[in-house]
Design a protein around this ligand. Structure first.
Ligand code: G6P
Ligand code: ZN
Length: 543
């Protein structure tokens, strides 16, 4: 085996976003593009010689090629042990678990999450640290700096490593272990949840559909739900991961998981529906006739988590990203525990979880998780829900109605304007930021503004400050609008508008969210001039 040192020059735009570097697959396929970035990771994290790394991805197009490049580069850099998921696959939460369990230095996860895959789709790569979580801002900044000063990368000339058999190969100084990606994860879940109670629920005739969207969670869901918990064969649909996700868009939102939403609203609905995304970290849960927003799901899980054995001692605290609704805040207040508000991006929960300040966290973007790993975890959330349903013996709808009756309902929706002209989106945000000091005390579309700011986060654990995280506008009736630009898009800019209002009156809890939020939607449009500035008359996605 020889190590080749290839001279290279910096490539524009290798700046990690909300969740690592995410670009069109064809961009990653350009000669040297992936190699430059991987070398920048290796250098940016302080070198990987003699370390253990975990590598795997969600199986999307180019996953197989990229893994081989990473293996050759890891060997060239003297990585001591490389743990690779069989077939090059790991769901994101499973990779996080393996990093933690093996005491690895970190891991490289290949995914563009819920973005479509394929040669014309998206690809992504991110580094997770020893705690199993996405690298914090300081580390991603260092990686980005390396992409701008890189002069060479190191790669070995070893042949491709076969990844379809579990086993160990030694190449140069590197031990390469190909492991089953599901086993460790299933063991972790068995330790957290009452599998016997969930199995009894299925045995009593409880029905479910889990849509794996031809993405990473399929094998995990089949093994756990069908094989270990006894759910009927066929409970997990679209279970085989495919490089193009079967032509679908692996985002479990009402548009891309429409089939599941329609099933749950129709006469043949099973008792419970759920879906996950491309890399298995997101989840949605749907009851018969009851769509649950991710923000509400977080609040209800916080209120009920103690019913599962892994959380029986209660929660140390909870955390949510800023745009996530404040439903969970009300639960935390009642439980007398802390509730943290962080910027968008799972990496911001890492310090809080490591410091034991919170147990459960979640985001409006269909992410929920706990201190069991350092990523959000789709199947974990589904299992926690199943555990709660099994113990309470009530339907999801009944639990949601009771939750709203007790805590009030937080109406919530997100309107996305995708692939907007970048300069138009930036000038819209710039103007909002300029307006901020003038807003309090004024009335927009009949709603009085009480406060407005650009969200900044002071990390209570490491003292770091993160600014410019989204414009928040608060109104007198408890309504709130948040504007921010997505950090995960790959085409133009995506403007996200997050809208919420609070409704204590049970008689109004059955209203449709878009209807209930109509005045807030009108105020948001008037504030930002969305149509005038972007030319868009309606959002592309409503969640
Ligand atoms: C990824 C991150 C999440 C984040 C989501 C949306 O899934 O892991 O933490 O909430 O992207 O981010 P965006 O910047 O597109 O709103
Ligand atoms: Zn994801």
């Amino acid at each position: 085996m020889t190590v080749r040192i290839i001279p290279t020059t910096p490539i524009e735009g290798q700046k990690p976003g909300t969740s690592g570097l995410r670009k069109k697959t064809r961009v990653f396929m350009q000669p040297g593009y992936l190699e430059n970035y991987v070398q920048a990771i290796f250098d940016g994290v302080g070198g990987v010689g003699g370390r253990t790394l975990v590598v795997g991805g969600d199986g999307r197009f180019f996953n197989d090629r990229a893994i081989q490049v990473i293996i050759k580069m890891a060997v060239a850099s003297g990585v001591a042990r490389l743990i690779v998921g069989k077939g090059g696959l790991f769901s994101t939460p499973a990779a996080s678990n393996v990093i933690r369990r093996t005491g690895a230095f970190g891991g490289i996860i290949l995914s563009a999450s819920h973005n479509p895959g394929g040669e014309d789709g998206d690809f992504g790569i991110k580094f997770n640290g020893a705690n199993g979580g996405p690298a914090p801002e300081g580390v991603t900044a260092e990686i980005f700096a390396r992409t701008k000063s890189i002069t060479e990368y190191r790669i070995s000339d070893v042949a491709d490593i076969g990844l379809d058999q579990i086993g160990t190969t030694v190449v140069g100084d590197t031990v390469i272990d190909v492991v089953d990606p599901v086993t460790d994860y299933a063991v972790l879940m068995e330790g957290l949840f009452d599998f016997d109670r969930i199995a009894a629920l299925f045995a009593s005739g409880f029905t479910m559909r889990f849509d794996a969207m031809h993405a990473a969670t399929g094998p995990y869901a089949r093994e756990i739900l069908e094989n270990r918990l006894g759910a009927a064969p066929g409970t997990v649909v679209n279970a085989v991961p495919l490089p193009d996700f079967g032509g679908g868009h692996p985002d479990p939102n009402p548009i891309y998981a429409k089939e599941l939403y329609d099933l749950m609203a129709g006469p043949d609905a099973p008792d419970f529906g759920a879906a996950s995304d491309g890399d298995g970290d997101r989840n949605v849960v749907i009851g018969r006739g009851a769509v649950v927003t991710p923000s509400d799901s977080l609040a209800m899980l916080a209120a009920n988590a103690h019913l599962a054995k892994g959380y029986a001692r209660g929660l140390a605290g909870v955390a949510r990203s800023m745009p996530t609704s404040r439903a969970v805040d009300r639960v935390a207040a009642k439980l007398g525990i802390d509730c943290y508000e962080t910027p968008t991006g799972w990496k911001f929960f890492g310090n809080l979880l490591d410091a034991g300040r919170c147990t459960l966290c979640g985001e409006e973007s269909a992410g929920t998780g706990s201190d069991h790993v350092r990523e959000k975890d789709g199947l974990w959330a589904v299992l926690l829900w199943l555990n709660i349903l099994a113990v309470r013996g009530e339907s999801l709808k009944a639990i949601q109605d009771a939750h709203w009756a007790e805590f009030g309902r937080t109406f919530y929706t997100r309107h996305d304007y995708e692939a907007v002209d970048t300069s138009a989106a930036e000038s819209l945000m710039g103007r909002l930021r300029e307006l901020l000091p003038t807003l309090p005390g004024t009335t927009v579309a009949g709603l009085e503004i009480t406060a407005a700011d650009d969200f900044a986060y002071d990390d209570p654990v490491d003292g770091s400050v993160t600014k410019g995280q989204g414009v928040r506008v608060m109104f007198a009736g408890g309504e709130r609008v948040v504007f921010r630009l997505s950090g995960t898009g790959t085409e133009g800019a995506t403007l996200r508008v997050y809208l919420e209002s609070f409704e204590p009156d049970v008689a109004r809890h059955g209203l449709d969210a878009q209807e209930a939020l109509a005045p807030v939607i009108a105020a948001a449009d008037q504030l930002a001039g969305i149509t005038a500035r972007t030319g868009r008359t309606a959002p592309d996605v409503i969640t």
